[in-house]
Design a protein around this ligand. Structure first.
Ligand code: 0A1
Ligand code: ZN
Length: 881
């Protein structure tokens, strides 16, 4: 394990390495305890580097077996090898030389799931970000691009399937029941994209013919017996390949494209060249075991990894500070893909909800960092929603500022100019600046400055002159190590709504650049005057969430209700209603604390009921509009001195109020939208299910009875409806007999299916209330739970700590202490997942005083552990700072 050395990596310290590895020839002899890895590296000294400059290679916990140089063994005095570093001083005078390194690794004991490890007896690798150095000594940095030839030898019975990057070259039998396969990847790539798989796996196959006629063999490898569960993933893959050709003219470039699903994986999936390795959660689905959300997740992650082939693999990052170069851009691309495959407004609302619930708290807390960080201690802690999701929002803003044609021209230039290179954000931005003639210097602050900008807007209308004045100001709050911020270039898509709800015409505009429906805010404060506006308009601002900001606008309740009914921008229509819900819940939580009645506004309740029955809107959209802000959403908006119990009481009360008033209408709609015919995971059918399931939640609250949910649980013919019913039962009636029965039935039916049991763990871990902690503790002893499997850990402990406000933030601190215990024991074998769990503490300072004290105690207890990993140490130190 890598413990903290105090070392900090800084962007300004980047410099190219003295040597390059141009070709990498690997031989693996697979064995669970003692896999031999022979690496033959073609090394080139860069021009201008002194002939006696030592070659320094990265390692991580390695055991060196032997070392050779240009075909001869290297004498001991010519080098120094430690587990973490190989320094070769006896470097030959020629520009090119061959280095042969033999290491021995133990896949079966590798529980960190980085480097070469075993999952259910199958060999697989994970090399991003710095896992390759756990396999052999190497220039394990993204700017070293090398071609790879890989020969894998294995016992045929143990691993009949042998896969690596690139195209297959040959395979055959060896003596003693062994066999081999050779793979060649002609595209130079950094080591983080290396992959190998060896195992006894089932597979499904298909083909894809690219626009220019290349026939690609597609394969998805899964556990035997699970092959039928991979057909949706295959379909999503083919749709992704076609979409990238149509939207960005990007074709696939090898003869084969393989995906392997493994059940022990730290993240979602990995884009290794030609051999994507996936968490099985993002491959396996059928109606019996997967929800609509799972199907959508599979489609998105398959697309994401596939799109990396161009944005990440063909063009990669110069260094890890540039992570958003590939991640933000690829998330933007997968969002666009899903928007095209499904409903664009529904997708956008879901993205923004996700951004607000994950990225906003990060950006507003102790772990805030720029989209392109300038320093890190542990790079694995920077696979964050700021790098990914805010990174995607920044690319979306480039699209908004430049318009679709210039954006596409910029992307074309990027692909053409940088193919085969390892580049920076500056290189990326220069392409858009060049094709548009726009100076993007100020815009680039989105990459450099952390924190969510706050934009405040006031308006006034003069009926006599027809002037409509909009005052807009912006501030970016201070974040760790960045106290003073500069004004940003914020693109605000907008419209003016007239009294009848129609879009108003406007005359001239002054005070800001305004074009194509976008106000470009660039100064700390600006006054914009629209001329020729006859009557007072309602300003619909930041349409489609064109900028990832917190917007404070002087809209009245009536204005918001008006927008919720009439805005042609469906995002802002949702936003208007959602902001009214948030306001109502904040006020009700305050009244709850004072022991006063909640007092909800009848017009708001009416608006919600009206939306449920509005057939002019698609069901998925109505479902989103009716989903009340989460307790965490409300807590975030309150900002400080949060009492989660009061928030929960307020939210329950509003649900009861809407459910009670809408009961008859909701029941009618619930019945009308019942599934008829066979299950289909398409977006329209999924939308109907989601509307129905939101209504079920209201109906159960209105009736204060579990019968309808229990009936749905028993009669459901798909996992979406079954899991939704189980959630309503467990969350609203945790102690009821009907819930006990349903939980037991689910357990009996799916006990052997870890992925399905994850849903069962999540449902129980997120039951509101202090009592849930005991339930979670006892579930850690359930046979389906394992601290070794990241999915199980996330679904029980992760869901509890980041999705259960009243449980985790118990006033007595027992929730915090439980998480500390889990982190400390997990850290011994899987620091990456332990560190991610620790981010649940990031908003501890916004809690009320008693809870703050308790959270600090738990954090300090973790911090005091002597042998903490670098990963956990880094998170805990920053959280406490
Ligand atoms: N590049 C992957 C994410 C990823 C990062 C690190 C990993 O190591 C455990 C695994 C995957 C992606 O963006 O999909
Ligand atoms: Zn990615």
């Amino acid at each position: 394990m890598r413990t903290d050395t105090g070392q900090v990596f800084r962007l300004e310290d980047y410099r190219p390495s003295d040597y390059r590895i141009t070709h990498t020839d690997l031989l693996f002899r697979l064995d669970p305890h003692a896999t031999l890895v022979t690496a033959k590296l073609t090394v080139e000294r860069r021009d201008g580097v002194a002939a006696n400059a030592p070659l320094v290679l990265d390692g991580d916990g390695l055991v060196l077996e032997s070392l050779g140089l240009n075909g001869a063994p290297l004498a001991g005095e010519g080098y120094t090898a430690t587990p973490d570093r190989l320094e070769i001083r006896a470097v030959p005078a020629e520009k090119f030389f061959e280095l042969e390194i033999v290491t021995k690794v133990s896949p079966v004991t590798n529980k960190a799931l980085m480097g070469l490890y075993q999952s259910k007896g199958n060999y697989c690798t994970q090399c991003e970000a710095e896992g390759f150095r756990r396999i052999t000594y190497y220039l394990d940095r993204p700017d070293n691009l090398s071609t790879f030839q890989v020969r894998i030898e294995a016992r045929k019975a143990e691993a009949p399937v042998l896969l690596s990057n690139g195209n297959p070259v040959e395979h055959g039998d060896l003596a003693d029941g062994w066999h081999y396969a050779v793979w060649h990847d002609p595209f130079p790539k950094p080591s983080y994209l290396f992959a190998l798989v060896g195992g006894d796996l089932g597979s499904i196959h298909d083909t894809f013919t690219t626009a220019s006629g290349r026939k690609v063999a597609l394969g998805i490898y899964v556990e035997h017996g699970k092959e039928p569960l991979a057909t949706y993933a295959m379909d999503a893959l083919k749709r992704s390949m076609r979409w990238d050709e149509e939207r960005f003219s990007r074709e696939y470039d090898l003869d084969v494209f393989n995906i392997v699903a493994v059940s022990d994986f730290n993240m979602g999936a990995m884009e290794n060249k030609g051999l994507n390795i996936f968490n099985d959660k993002y491959v396996l689905a059928d109606p019996e075991t997967a929800t609509d959300v799972d199907y959508a997740g599979i489609e998105a992650v398959i697309a994401h990894e596939y799109f990396h082939n161009w944005t990440g693999n063909r063009i990669t990052c110069r260094d890890w500070f540039q992570l958003c170069l590939k991640e933000g851009l690829t998330v933007y691309r997968d969002h666009e893909f899903s928007a095209d495959q499904r409903s664009r407004p529904v997708k956008r609302i879901a993205e923004v909800r996700n951004l607000r619930s994950l990225q906003f708290p990060e950006d507003q807390g102790p772990l805030a960092h720029p989209v392109r960080p300038r320093r890190y201690k542990e790079i694995n802690n920077f696979y964050t929603s700021t790098v990914y999701e805010k990174g995607s929002e920044v690319v979306r803003m480039i699209h908004t500022i430049l318009g679709p044609e210039k954006f596409r021209a910029g992307m074309d230039l990027y692909f053409e100019r940088h193919d085969g290179q390892a580049v920076t954000i500056e290189d990326f931005l220069a392409c858009f600046a060049e094709v548009s003639g726009r100076d993007l210097t100020q815009f680039a602050l989105w990459y450099h400055q952390a924190g969510t900008p706050r934009v405040t807007v006031t308006t006034s209308h003069d009926p006599a002159t027809g002037d409509f004045e909009v005052n807009i100001s912006q501030t970016v709050p201070p974040t760790p190590s960045e106290a003073v911020k500069k004004p940003m270039h914020i693109p605000l898509a907008f419209g003016l709504l007239g009294p009848n709800g129609d879009e108003m015409e406007m005359g001239s505009v002054e005070g800001a650049e305004v074009n194509d429906g976008v106000i470009h805010l660039t100064a700390a404060s600006q006054t914009i005057r629209f001329r020729g506006v006859g009557s007072r308009p309602v300003l619909s601002l930041n349409r489609g969430f064109s900028a990832p900001i917190v917007l404070n606008q002087d809209l009245t309740k009536e204005d918001r209700l008006f927008l919720a009914r009439h805005d042609s921008d469906l995002f802002n229509r949702w936003e208007a209603l959602n902001s009214l819900f948030v306001e109502a819940l904040i006020a009700a939580a305050a009244r709850e604390k004072e022991g006063k009645p909640h007092d909800f506004d009848a017009a708001l309740v009416e608006a919600a009921i009206e939306i449920a029955g509005n057939d002019g809107l698609e069901p998925a959209y109505r479902a989103l509009a009716l989903s009340l802000p989460s307790e965490a959403d409300v807590a975030r908006e309150i900002g400080n001195d949060v009492d989660p119990d009061a928030v929960r009481a307020a939210r329950d009360a509003l649900r009861r109020e809407i459910g009670g008033k809408g009961r008859d209408a909701f029941r009618r709609i619930y019945d009308q939208h019942a599934d008829s015919g066979p299950f289909s995971p398409d977006a329209a059918s999924a939308g109907k299910r989601s509307l129905r399931n939101v209504l079920l939640d209201y109906l159960a609250a209105a009736e204060a009875a579990p019968e309808l949910a229990a009936l749905q649980f028993e009669t459901a013919n798909n996992m979406t409806d079954r899991a939704a019913a189980l959630t309503v039962l467990a969350h609203q009636f945790p102690e009821h007999e009907a819930t006990r029965k349903a939980l037991a039935a689910f357990d009996a039916r799916y006990r052997d299916n870890g992925l399905v049991m994850d849903k069962w763990f999540v449902v129980q871990a997120t039951i509101p209330g202090a009592a849930t902690l005991e339930r979670v503790k006892s579930l850690t002893a359930h046979p389906a739970f394992s601290l070794m499997n990241p999915n199980r850990v996330r679904s029980l402990v992760g869901a509890f700590s980041s999705g259960n406000q009243t449980g985790f933030h118990r006033a007595d601190g027992a929730g915090y202490q439980f998480l500390a215990d889990i982190i400390l024991s997990l850290d011994r074998h899987n620091p990456q997942v332990a560190a991610r769990l620790a981010t649940a503490f990031r908003s501890w300072r916004s809690m009320e005083e008693v809870r703050q004290l308790e959270a600090r105690k738990a954090l300090e207890r973790i911090n005091a552990e002597a042998s903490l990993s670098r990963d956990v140490k880094d998170i805990v130190e920053r959280t406490l700072a």
